[in-house]
Design a protein around this ligand. Sequence first.
Ligand code: C2E
Ligand code: CA
Ligand code: CA
Length: 704
Amino acid sequence: MPDNELQDTLNTAILKLKAREDAFKQFESISNLGSWEVDLKNHKTLWSEQTYKIYGLNKEDLTPTLEYFLSHLVEEDLPRAQKALHEAMIYGAVTSFECRVKRDDGKVLNILLNGKVVYDENNIPSKLIGTTQDITQQVSLKRYSDELSQLIEYSSNEIYIVDYNTYTYLYVNKGACDALGYTKDELLSMNIFAINPTLAFEEASAMKKLLTKHKKILNKTVHQRKDGTIYHVQAYIHALKYNGMDAFVIFDTDISQTVESQKLLKEQEHKLTHLVNHDTLTNLPNRSLLKDRLSQDIIALKKSFNKLALLFIDLDQFKKINDSLGHHRGDEVLLEISKKLQSLVKAGDTLARLGGDEFAIILKDINNIQEALKLAQSVTAIIKEPIQISGTTLFISSSIGISLYPQDAKDEHDLIKFADAAMYKAKDEGRDNFQFYSSEMTTLAFERVVMESSLRMAIKENQFVVYYQPQVDALTNTITGMEALVRWEHPSIGLVPPNKFIPLAEEIGLIVELDRIVMKKAMKQFATWYGNGLKPGILALNLAIKQLNSKDFLATLLHIIKETGFNSEWLELEITEGQLMNNPEAAIEKLKQISSFGINIAIDDFGTGYSSLTYLKRLPLDKLKIDKSFVRDLPSDEEDVAITKAIIALTKSLNLQLIAEGVETQEQKEFLINNGCHNIQGFLYAKPMPAQEITKLLNKSNEI
Ligand code: C2E
Ligand code: CA
Ligand code: CA
């Protein structure tokens, strides 16, 4: 080969070699891997460029030796290194030896050494060649991650990583195992529902949805341990990737203690307020709670328009019991009495002990004062029952004061003051009685209570009689009908007019029975008259709306008609305008049914209520009855004249019949006839009379 050709080949080879060296250098630099060789005979050492870099040195700074390397090792790593070197000589290699080197600039590196012994032709070790890799970063990263794992593992919180799709546990820490009493393996074969007894599948998926929005959520739940016991936890849940999978991590803190302590705190608070508001002996509400309840009850009553009674009950001469038997026995008596009183108080009402021998009862939602009076009577009676205390029989009486809302007072302070005052009045009256704050109430209450029981008695004893008042066509003076009007023939008082007992009968619901009695008697009478060939016309019966609303009204009516031999076409029912217009909608259907049997319907006392024209058209009406209050001052009173004329015009336009009641004078009659109302009922023609007198009248003639 010519010289120049050789030169070219050499050049190319050098260039190739250079390129390789460059590539090698780059590779060393990228992998942070330096190479070296040590001549084992003279310890001469060669370092690659990258090895210098790893040691933080320049080629010019140092001629490397094996001793340099050994002297820069962290002291405690030296024995290991010497051992490794020794073994390399025996086995021919050193692999993945990790040690620490302290550089001249003070920096400590973690390095990984791999080396191999090269032998000469006589098989004697001549060189050690190898690599040095700077793994400082990996080591610290690993340490960091190890520390982190430890931190998670040994955290006192329970930490779970859960598979996003299957809800199974992918990781659980020691805290979780300790808290639940399961082993790691057991938990890793379970899903979240196994330890969350209250968690429903839907709830879990809703939570997952939230996670996609918020990344982190807070939740409170209950965990169940392996032994079945439960505890409260607060959970932070984050979405994350775990081993490349969609997952979420749950950090749970046991908050049972806080939940427990909160409960405890509440209980204590409750106990405390109970203590503040209750009497320790009887455990009844005390004066301050009574006041509270009273003001609350008043607020509630303002909406319902109902009444309320406050009873103050004071035991008579209780001091004597205390003095003679001692306080301990006195307390027993008070306890006994509080139990007795409790038995009289209905749910929602309040029995309180005001101190000493004073009790109070709030009786709310009452319709009338009789209810308060009845309670006072029961209290008096129950306290009077003899009490046995350690072999002694005690007879105790009470003095009771009653104040009423809203009659007496509209606020709790005055009600209490007045009940107290009434109680002292009862004491002044000689004890063992009760008094209302306003004395009329006391009288009224008694009258009414007496009245109520005698009304009930009157029904039983058939003390009611029916009077009849003729209704007359004033143009012909003929009787067109009779209004049945009830009278009470009281055995000792004599004849009692209806306005004295009908309102009470309505209030206590007795009116239904009463009206049925009247209905039966009057129909029987009419059937007899007709049967005897007399012509009493139609029977006008007063009907309380309570009667109409009673469930079996129509059936009863039809039954009585049949039973008495009456004819439904002879019947007219009078309902007062006031009662009807209270709830006209409810009456429409019932009245239509009644009307379908040919029974007439009249509105009584017309002009005193507030009729709406719409309802006058919609109700199945036949007749209006002008109230006697408008008739009384006809024809002199201008206003009454105008009203009467208007009612007459109204009936004409609605095509209804008309009758005027309470007609007493010739002038009244003439005015009515002249203005188009010729049906008349009143003293001018006849007063309400007993049946025998009507029989006499009808027997004479049909004219009056
Ligand atoms: P009411 O239905 O308006 O009855 C008419 C009242 O006017 C009757 O009074 C009658 O005696 C009286 N009266 C009749 N003509 C005259 C007169 O010219 N001048 C005066 N000043 N008064 C006259 P009574 O009988 O005292 O009845 C009073 C109210 O009692 C009745 O008023 C009615 O609402 C009710 N009532 C009477 N009987 C019954 C009954 O059986 N059932 C029902 N639910 N209520 C009845
Ligand atoms: Ca009437
Ligand atoms: Ca009337």
